[in-house]
Design a binder for this molecule. Structure first.
Ligand code: SAM
Ligand code: SF4
Length: 468
């Protein structure tokens, strides 16, 4: 069954972030004076990666990262507002500084809550000095300069940024898999979603710039990269090369030294046969597609403005299932969208049975500011949402148990990314994005590729033994 793996922060960061010579809080100082920062991230992989870039910026200005906010002269929260709970969590963190903020300590809010709440954050938590939304990160160096100059309230809240956020230095947290954002923002306007408001309009990064970074990542020792975007497959190369997303995938896989390419999240409307053809042609493209469906009911999909019907979504699934390689498919589902009837929910359950996803993220609908669904009638009660969520998760757990059981006896290549406290126990990911915990007598496996035969299966992970 699932086991806790212990990967030290040092090994994850690929560099030491342990606090040595901890600075005394209250002495926020320009970079030359050895200022320190603490950065906590909430939310999705795009936020994680934005934080890597923010950390890179700060390190390049001479800041040192510390593991505790108490030890930091600059405390930053990179926030998520996709659901109400995520946003509340940030305010409860900020609330702690009402009493514990050290003199001179600077508190900053980055990301989606910053973009959504804007200067209101100063009213609610007056001890905050920096508010910068994710669509304005290219202004961060300028905002940091203002803070370093002693400015007490600085904001970056433009939402019409036409550039993507690139920095010369990115401090990567994951030593085995490198994240690269290739498209920022979203133009899709789903009725429930804050992302178009918090991350701004869609803008893609030039293919040459993406490929240059991939080559740099190989030089740093990475062999696995993951291309990121809220709708990664809506990528539209702004340069003269005009690469399609599928062309970019193949070009990234062709970079010498690259062994695995992942991408997330794909929007069903823009998921075409050319992407499946690329996956079939190039084994370095991992055989896993995350294709959020949200609901199995066409009526609800229409209300959500998802721009596809159940039938059209199932056509995309059929295309993936008929590929020459077996491709793992995962999804996101929202239960309890306004007006979702028992019949609509039953259609979602039946879709699960039809597709038989390899894994699934499920959420209770959460009303969000500014979104069209906020004013829709027929809200579903919290109890009913919880009931539907439980039913959905139970159904999926059963499907996963059955699917994983069919893998016993098969051998997979893993990229080893975890070491258990128990001796000779390791963990890694397959190309199809399953976690396998396995036994090996080897001493130094982290970051290497190994062949593992699956000997047991649970709903969330597999167990195996190294065969080479
Ligand atoms: N761009 C991706 C897409 O279109 O599928 C998803 C991005 S969003 C960060 C991740 C997931 O959060 C969504 O797929 C959706 O299931 C969920 N989500 C977004 N807004 C939500 C809301 N208001 N309530 C509950 N879940 C929500
Ligand atoms: Fe949100 Fe829809 Fe855009 Fe995904 S596609 S980020 S769910 S608006």
């Amino acid at each position: 069954m699932a086991e806790t793996f212990d990967i030290s922060l040092d090994s994850l960061a690929g560099c030491s972030v342990a606090p040595q010579n901890i600075a005394v809080p209250g002495t926020f100082a320009p970079s030359t004076d050895g200022a320190t920062f603490f950065l906590e991230t909430f939310g999705c992989q795009m936020n994680d990666h934005d934080s890597e870039k923010v950390a890179g910026l700060l390190l390049s200005r001479g800041y040192r990262q510390v593991e505790s906010p108490d030890a930091a002269s600059l405390v930053l929260y990179n926030t998520c507002s996709i659901r109400e709970k995520a946003a509340q969590k940030v305010f409860s963190r900020l609330g702690e500084y009402r009493t514990k903020q050290a003199p001179g300590q600077i508190i900053g809010v980055l990301g989606c809550v910053a973009q959504q709440e804007g200067e209101e954050i100063f009213q609610r938590t007056p001890w905050v000095s920096l508010v910068c939304g994710s669509a304005s990160y290219r202004r961060l160096p300028e905002l940091l300069s203002q803070l370093e100059a002693g400015n007490q309230r600085v904001t970056g809240l433009d939402n019409d940024a036409d550039e993507t956020f690139e920095t010369p230095v990115t401090r990567r947290d994951n030593p085995w898999r490198a994240y690269l954002t290739i498209i920022e923002g979203c133009d899709k306007a789903c009725a429930y979603c804050v992302v178009p408001f918090t991350r701004g309009p869609e803008r893609s990064r030039a293919s040459d710039s993406v490929l240059r970074e991939v080559r740099e990542l190989v030089d740093l020792g990475y062999s696995e990269v993951q291309l990121l975007g809220q709708t990664v497959n809506s990528y539209a190369d702004p340069s003269a090369r005009k690469m399609r997303f599928s062309d970019l995938l193949l070009a990234v896989a062709d970079v010498p030294g690259i062994r695995r390419v992942r991408f997330t999240t794909s929007h069903p409307r823009d998921f075409g046969a050319d992407i499946v053809a690329a996956l079939e042609a190039q084994p370095k493209l991992c055989n896993h597609v995350h294709l959020p469906v949200q609901s199995g009911s066409t009526r609800i999909l229409r209300a959500m403005t998802r721009t596809y019907t159940r039938g059209e979504y199932l056509e995309k699934i059929a295309m993936l299932r008929s590929a020459k390689r077996q491709i793992a498919i995962t999804t996101d589902v929202i239960v309890g969208f306004p007006g979702e009837t028992e019949d609509d929910f039953a259609e979602t359950l039946s879709l699960l049975e039809e597709v038989r996803y390899d894994s699934l993220f499920s959420f209770k609908y959460s009303p969000r500011p500014n979104t069209p669904s906020l004013s829709m009638p027929d809200a579903i009660s919290e109890e009913e949402k919880s009931r539907r969520l439980t039913l959905l998760q139970e159904a999926q757990r059963e499907i996963q148990s059955q699917r994983n059981a069919t893998l016993v006896g098969r051998t997979f290549e893993l990229l080893v990314s975890g070491k258990s406290r128990r001796e000779h126990q390791w963990s890694g990911h397959t190309a199809c994005h399953r976690v396998v915990n396995f036994a090996s007598q080897e001493r130094a496996l982290l970051g290497t590729y190994v062949q593992v035969r699956v000997t047991g299966a649970g709903p969330n992970s597999l167990v195996g033994e190294q065969v080479t």
